[in-house]
Design a protein around this ligand. Sequence first.
Ligand code: Q9C
Ligand code: ZN
Length: 342
Amino acid sequence: MLTFHSERTKWRRARTELDGGQLVTPYECPERVDLVLKYVLESGLGEVRAPAEHGLDPVLAIHDAGYVDFLERCWADWVAAGRRGEAIAWVWPTRTMPGRVIPDHIDGRLGHYALGADTSICEGTFEAAMASKDVALSAVDHVLASGEPAFGLCRPPGHHAATDQFGGYCFFNNAAIAAQRALDAGRSRVAVLDIDFHHGNGTQQIFYARDDVLFLSLHGDPRHCFPHFLGHADETGEGPGEGFTVNHPLAPGTGYAAWAEALEEAKARIVDAGCELLVVSLGVDAFEHDPISAFTLSSDDFTDVGRRLGRLGLPTVFLLEGGYAVEEIGINVVNVLSGFEQ
Ligand code: Q9C
Ligand code: ZN
């Protein structure tokens, strides 16, 4: 299987993440890319290629133009305001203060465009997000052209990014951008299967009213787990999209038997809906030793996940999302990819 990778995905190196009331070194770090790449090369999975540059049009097919403009200027605006730390949102529109007008001041703009305070914006963030979507687009283009599977070593991840909000370490929704690319290339229905530990709230929001993208997610129950405000089982889509969002919230502590059962249900729906291409939002934070997650999958379980996905027999693009057990991220990702090829 081909891997798509760009060194530019490492241009974001944030120093701060608000975590438990403290500023810590972010879990989502550039070393994740190096470790996945190392295992891809060591395992002999296949060739590693650089992505093409795809520009902003495929981003604007998914995201709001004002949001993209905000991301591009945020760091410069923050520095111009005389701030010394990284750009962290700290005031939001709320139920009692809905925020009809997008503010001019960077503090207000940050609150408007952020969905959480966990994700600081620093120098290089926009450039890394651009590289990440280029990786996703080149990977899906390869699948579309060849029918062969591909892996996009995306970083920063994407599935929490909504039409006009960033957070959960995500800026551009790489999976949504790739799914839209497949539709624009003539596929009539695409599945996005999200196996990251966290609910893919951004992908769900983007496609909630549409029937051309089937979104399915296995994740920690939002009553207990980030992002807390989306991902319940009764969220099934709206209008023409009714039935095209499928959530499997699972209790913290869930092990592989129950997880794999949910995976088989999701697979049955993908077959039933007649999807022509599969985008896998491949987070490996369901791993037992992940520092911020609560499922108990083992490294060997990830090989079985890949095998089970391979049995769908669909053209498939894997895009990296989360996974913060940095020592094991490479082996877990490569296990899914090599299991798929068995
Ligand atoms: N401050 C992905 O896996 N923050 N995002 C957790 C620590 C949010 C995870 C609490 C976790 C986001 C792509
Ligand atoms: Zn995650």
